[in-house]
Write a new protein. Structure first.
Ligand code: SF4
Length: 336
């Protein structure tokens, strides 16, 4: 019944149309730590620029990272590039071989091996954990997502339809993503409702049980300085990759302006900390006569102006590309 439900209800995703090993590999790399709706435009563009392993393998790292710009976690782009080179030279044939590839852990290896080769390995992500925790209505309290995956893996492996491993894994993940959701699951239309212990015992909202972890809050102030249609950016080392971001508004920098207006505010959560990012713009009279060079020396050392028409070619961090786009779209900025 799960497979039949999936065949009738699966979302129409580009990597499911005329599926191939290459599409599976690219989509699994992109979907690591990134939501489907964010991945969609990147995947479509990627396929036009790098349509197969051969083209991707022969591209430069810079070109690959540039196309990844905005998706975050840039090590994935480099690992995907290296993986494509391995696939071209010496194609892997199994889950175990995939585990030796850069950036491929047990989850991604299981997804690729089962979907591309129908190898009978269960895929366990957060969606599958949630479905299984509810189906079994287990009272275990998990200290982390990793601990929950360790608990769920033997259950998932036992339930796996070994004749249809790939589609079964996809169906389980899809069920967790669109029906058995964290809040307000659609139990009424669930294909496995009759098997679900939590549904029978009215404990759906309580599963899975996680230990609450400490949560921290931090506010980061940023500077928006647009002059002569150029935007001031600051380099930031994220992982081992240098990306550009809106400059942080330290106390020392703040003192350079007599009047700052808040123009944008956004929240983002990284592990156990929620950051409130607030972007300020100096009043136009504050920096009217200052040269670009003024903002490229202490306390702005490292900062550089980039023409806004060329930002698409700058390696911006994902959230900053989005925020800059939103600020420019809103149009409530002025030039200094
Ligand atoms: S019946 Fe509800 S809780 Fe149980 S698996 Fe289906 S959607 Fe999830």
């Amino acid at each position: 019944m799960l497979l039949q439900w999936f065949r009738q209800n699966a979302r129409d995703l580009p990597w499911r149309r005329e599926p191939s090993l290459y599409k599976t590999v690219v989509s699994e790399f992109m979907l690591q730590q990134t939501q489907v709706k964010t991945v969609l435009p990147y995947f479509e563009r990627w396929m036009t620029i790098f349509p197969n392993f051969e083209v991707l393998a022969s591209a430069s790292v810079e070109a690959v990272v540039r196309q990844w710009s905005g998706l975050g976690y840039y090590a994935r782009a480099r690992h995907l590039h290296q993986t494509a080179q391995h696939f071209v030279q010496n194609p892997p044939r199994s889950y175990r071989e995939l585990l030796h590839y850069p950036g491929i852990g047990s989850y991604t290896a299981a997804a690729i091996a089962s979907i591309a080769w129908n190898e009978p390995i269960a895929v366990v992500d957060g969606n599958v954990v949630r479905v299984l925790a509810r189906v079994f209505n287990d009272s275990e309290i998990f200290t982390s997502k990793a601990a929950a995956i360790v608990w769920a893996t033997p259950h998932a492996q036992r339930l796996l339809d070994k004749e249809h491993s790939g589609i079964f894994n996809e169906a389980m993940m899809e069920l967790g993503a669109v029906v058995c959701t964290p809040t307000a699951p659609d139990c009424k239309h669930c294909p496995i409702q009759t098997l679900c212990k939590a549904f029978r015992e009215h404990t759906v909202e309580l599963c899975p049980h996680f230990h609450s972890t400490p949560h921290f809050k931090k506010t980061v102030d940023r500077l928006w300085l647009l002059t002569n249609k150029k935007l001031l950016l600051e380099p930031s080392l994220i992982g081992n990759k240098q990306l550009w971001e809106l400059p942080e508004l330290t106390e020392e920098r703040r003192e350079r302006f007599s009047n700052l207006n808040e123009i944008f505010r956004a929240k983002r959560t990284v592990t156990n900390t929620t950051y409130t990012e607030v972007v300020y713009q100096p009043h136009s009279s504050t920096n009217g006569n200052r040269s670009e060079a003024f903002f490229e020396q202490s306390p702005f050392e490292g900062c550089r102006f980039f023409p806004i028409t060329e930002l698409h070619a700058v390696a911006l961090s994902g959230p900053h590309r989005r925020w800059i786009g939103e600020i420019l779209k809103d149009g409530n900025t002025d030039e200094g």
